[in-house]
Write a protein that binds this ligand. Structure first.
Ligand SMILES: NC(=O)c1ccc[n+]([C@@H]2O[C@H](COP(=O)([O-])OP(=O)(O)OC[C@H]3O[C@@H](n4cnc5c(N)ncnc54)[C@H](OP(=O)(O)O)[C@@H]3O)[C@@H](O)[C@H]2O)c1
Length: 289
């Protein structure tokens, strides 16, 4: 079953390549998903059994002042979905917890009302709707707080500061969500395909946390226990785009569909910290004899 991965050089795209052996991966500049004719030509030439769309413009803060994200996250999802529908090819697309307002007290379900608080979330919501209205086979997976081995992410940023010798860090403690390890999301997408899933799903690792607690756990697992982490508020770190305060996703539909629970995020974090340390030691081997 040959898959086509779009956005194959991104954090999720690279994990999808590992999860779908033999897949064809395309990314900018070789294929721009905004180019409908080019997308249709690739589908006609390659005739993939399924398409995985990990391509996105993920610059959340820039999206507030620059509408370029809409062409990728909104309009291109519609043309891609139509092209896949016309070719009879199932499509998996990835969306975000940022479609929710964040004003909630229990994890968000797929059918809860959406109300994005930033421009990026509105663009991603547009993409979801275009997918669902297109009639294409396949599914949309909303995910949250993604971290992984192939791209900038929160955990890497925290550990880099500790490695640079910072002894105190201020981390936001008033936003709650569910972290997601990119390899676990790639696996979840494979499992959903194997179940021929259709519609909208949520996937994240188990456990609701704050950025503050997540940072402390990452530092503990990376043996930086001496670094002091101080809780601070979102207001202490003004950013162009607002973030939802409570964006934990309810994954029970996913669990019922594939028959398993996502592993706890601390377990996934431990795997990430170990993989990151192994990668760094390969890049900078010690000079000891
Ligand atoms: N990261 C998170 O915390 C998070 C949270 C929730 C949901 N998500 C969703 O998860 C998915 C994967 O995110 P990610 O973190 O893996 O993103 P990423 O690392 O930024 O990867 C996205 C990839 O898409 C490529 N791309 C951008 N515009 C494109 C275009 N017009 N045509 C083809 N490729 C294009 C990017 O190339 P360039 O790098 O050259 O632009 C990049 O290689 C996205 O749908 C995102 O919205 C992410």
């Amino acid at each position: 079953m040959r898959a086509l991965i779009l956005g194959s050089r991104g954090m999720l795209g690279r994990e999808l390549a590992a999860e779908f052996p033999g897949a064809l991966g395309l990314d900018l500049p070789d294929l721009d998903i905004r180019d409908e004719a080019a997308v249709r030509a690739v589908l006609a030439a390659e005739r993939p059994a399924l398409v995985l769309n990990a391509a996105a413009d993920t610059r959340v803060d820039l999206a507030e002042s620059d509408g370029a994200h809409l062409a990728v996250n909104d309009a291109a999802v519609g043309t891609l979905a139509a092209a896949c529908r016309d070719g009879g090819i199932p499509l998996a697309h990835v969306s975000t917890d940022y479609v929710f307002s964040g004003r909630g007290t229990r994890p968000w379900r797929e059918d809860d009302p959406v109300d994005p608080v930033n421009a990026y979330g509105r663009g991603k919501l547009g993409g979801e709707r275009r997918f669902l209205e297109s009639g294409v086979k396949g599914f949309v997976v909303r995910t949250s707080w993604l971290f992984g081995n192939h791209g900038p992410n929160f955990v890497d940023a925290i550990l880099k500061q500790a490695e640079a010798g910072k002894s105190e860090l201020n981390v936001v403690a008033d936003q709650e969500g569910r972290p997601t390890y990119a390899p676990d999301l790639a696996r979840a997408i494979r499992l959903l395909f194997e179940k021929e899933a259709s519609g909208l799903f949520h996937f994240a690792n188990s456990g609701v946390t704050t950025w503050y607690t997540f940072a402390r756990e990452a530092l503990r697992l990376a043996l930086f226990e001496g670094v002091v982490v101080r809780p601070c508020t979102t207001a202490d770190f003004p950013r162009p785009a607002r973030r939802p305060a409570y964006s934990a996703l309810d994954t029970s539909l996913y669990e019922r569909t594939v028959g398993e629970r996502p592993r706890p995020y601390v377990e996934a974090l431990e795997a990430y910290v170990a993989a990151r340390a192994a990668r760094l030691s390969r890049i900078a081997p010690t000079t000891a004899a």
